[in-house]
Write a protein that binds this ligand. Structure first.
Ligand code: FCB
Length: 456
C-alpha cells in the first residue's frame, strides 16, 4: 500500500537508460475489442456478443460486431504497429473463433487467422505476446454454467493446449488470462461486464475457477511439451488510505486484499488472503492450490490508476492532483512505482512486463492530426515510474501501451478512446495521434541512450 503523493518528472536520458537495453516496447489489444467479424468464418457466439445484445448493457447499444474490423484489416494494422517502431505486440485469441462451442471441434478458419497473424508479426520483426482469455467466453459454455462451474476450467485447459501446440513455437510469451478480477467481479458481482450477474458469492467461486483454469492450462501445456514462456496478466493498483484514521486504513487493507492479493497470494503463496472485510470465499478442492501455484515464467501487470480507500460516508474524494482520464480515473503515475516495489518485496516474482497502461482522452481529428498531449504526459510519467522501480531493483522487462488503436471499450462501447491510433468507425480510417509519433521517438531515443550509455 502507499500513501502520500509525489510529483513526477519527464522521461530524461537517465530514465531511458534505467529501463535497460533489453527493455521491450510494445502495444496491446484484445480480440473482442478490435476484431469485429463476429459472424464470419464459423466463429461461435461469445458472452460479450450475448451481453451486448441485451438492452441497456452497453452504451449506445454498441457491440463488437464490427469493432475495428481487424479480422479483415490485420495486414494494414501490423504495418501500423511496425511503423511505431515497437518490438512487441500483445494480442488475444478469441476462444469462440478457434473453438466455437468452447469444447469439441476446432474451427480451422479461426486457427488459420491466428496462424497468419503470428507469422505476419514474425515477418515484420515483431515479437508476438498472446493472451488466451480476454473475457470472450464461448456462449455455449456460459449456458452450461460458465466460470461458475469447474468443467469450464477443464475445457479451458484443452483449448490452451491446442493453442500451445499451434502457436507455442513462434510466440514470445503466452498468458493464460487477462485481468481475472474484472471477469470475476465486474462480470459476476457488479454485473457491469458480461455475463452480467450480481452475485458476490458466485463471483468468488468464479475467481477460483479462473485461477484453477490457469493452473490446469499451465499443467496441460507443459505436459504436452509447449516451450513458450508462460504467465498471467493481472490488473493491479496501489491503494491509498484517504486518511490515517483506523477505518480508512482498514478499508485500504481490504481493498488491497481483494484487488491485488486475491490473485497474487494464490499464485505466489498458494492461499487466499484473509481479511475481516472480505465476506465471500470460494469452495476450494484439495489439490487446487498446488495447481494454481505452478511456477510462472513472467507476470503481466496492468496499471491505470490507484485505488483511493475512504471509509467515511460520504467518501472523502481522491485529490486527483494531476487530473483524471476520460474514464474518470485519477492520473497517479507514482502508484505504479509504489505498487511494483511493494509486490516485489512481498512475493518471489518472475520477470514483470507492464502488459497494459494507457489513457482514454476525448480525441478529435483536426486537419489530419490528433493533438493528445495529455496522453503523452500520462505515458511519460508512467514510464518514469517504471524506470524508478527498475532502479529500486524490480525486474521489469517491457511496457505495452494500451491500446494500439481506439476500440470497443466494453460497457462504454466506442465512447472511450485509448489508442495511439485514432479509428474513425464510419470508414475504418486509422490516423496516428501525436502520442504515436511521440512513442516512436521515445523508443528510438531509448535505443540510442542504451546503446551509447549502457556502461555510463
Ligand atoms: C483493461 C482491459 C482492457 C481495456 C483497458 C482500458 O482493464 O484489460 O481490455 O479495456 O482496461
Amino acid at each position: 500500500m502507499t500513501n502520500g503523493y509525489k510529483t513526477q518528472i519527464g522521461l530524461e536520458t537517465p530514465a531511458l537508460r534505467a529501463l535497460g537495453s533489453g527493455f521491450a516496447w510494445g502495444t496491446a489489444t484484445s480480440a473482442y475489442q478490435i476484431e469485429g467479424a463476429t459472424l464470419e468464418d464459423g466463429r461461435g457466439d461469445s458472452i460479450w456478443d450475448a451481453f451486448a445484445r441485451q438492452d441497456g448493457k452497453v452504451l449506445n447499444g454498441d457491440s463488437g460486431r464490427h469493432a475495428c474490423d481487424h479480422y479483415n484489416r490485420w495486414e494494414e494494422d501490423l504495418g501500423l504497429i511496425k511503423s511505431l517502431g515497437v518490438d512487441a505486440y500483445r494480442f488475444s485469441i478469441a476462444w469462440p473463433r478457434v473453438q466455437p462451442l468452447g469444447l469439441g471441434a476446432l474451427n480451422q478458419k479461426g486457427l488459420d487467422f491466428y496462424d497468419r497473424l503470428v507469422d505476419g508479426m514474425l515477418a515484420r520483426g515483431l515479437q508476438p505476446h498472446a493472451t488466451l482469455y480476454h473475457w470472450d467466453l464461448p456462449q455455449h459454455l456460459q449456458e452450461k454454467g460458465g466460470w461458475g462451474v469447474r468443467e469450464t476450467a477443464e475445457h479451458f485447459a484443452v483449448y490452451a493446449e491446442a493453442m500451445g501446440h499451434l502457436l507455442g513455437d513462434r510466440l514470445t510469451s503466452l498468458a493464460t488470462h487477462n485481468e481475472p478480477w474484472c471477469a470475476a467481479t465486474l462480470g459476476h458481482a457488479t454485473g457491469k461486464f458480461a455475463p452480467g450477474f450480481k452475485d458476490p458469492q458466485l463471483a468468488a467461486q468464479v475467481s477460483h475457477h479462473l485461477l484453477l483454469s490457469h493452473g490446469l492450462a499451465l499443467k496441460a501445456m507443459r505436459a504436452a511439451g509447449v516451450r513458450v514462456p508462460m504467465g498471467i496478466v493481472l490488473n493491479q493498483s496501489s491503494v491509498s488510505a484517504a486518511s490515517d484514521s483506523p477505518a480508512d486504513i482498514a478499508k485500504a487493507r481490504t481493498e488491497y486484499c481483494s484487488f491485488v492479493r486475491w490473485y497474487m497470494d494464490p499464485i505466489f503463496r498458494g492461499e487466499y488472503p484473509q481479511d475481516p472485510g472480505i465476506a465471500h470465499y470460494p469452495v476450494v478442492q484439495s489439490g487446487d492450490m498446488e495447481l494454481i501455484q505452478a511456477p510462472l515464467d513472467f507476470l503481466g501487470v496492468n496499471y491505470y490508476t490507484r485505488i483511493w480507500a475512504s471509509a467515511s460516508k460520504p467518501e472523502t474524494p481522491a485529490p486527483k492532483l494531476l487530473g483524471e482520464s476520460d474514464m474518470g480515473w485519477e492520473i497517479y503515475p507514482d502508484g505504479l512505482r509504489a505498487l511494483l516495489i511493494d509486490i516485489n518485496s512481498e512475493y518471489a516474482l518472475p520477470p514483470i512486463y507492464i502488459t497494459e497502461n494507457g489513457m482514454a482522452c476525448a480525441d478529435v481529428v483536426q486537419d489530419g492530426s490528433v493533438h493528445d498531449q495529455q496522453r503523452i504526459d500520462y505515458v511519460r510519467m508512467h514510464l518514469a515510474s517504471v524506470a524508478k522501480a527498475r532502479e529500486a531493483g524490480v525486474d521489469v522487462r517491457g511496457y505495452f501501451y494500451w491500446s494500439l488503436m481506439d476500440n470497443f471499450e466494453w460497457e462504454a462501447g466506442y465512447s472511450k478512446r485509448f489508442g495511439l491510433i485514432h479509428v474513425n468507425y464510419e470508414n475504418q480510417k486509422r490516423t496516428l495521434k501525436d502520442s504515436a509519433h511521440w512513442y516512436r521517438n521515445t523508443i528510438a531515443k531509448h535505443k540510442e541512450a542504451t546503446r551509447s550509455g549502457e556502461h555510463a
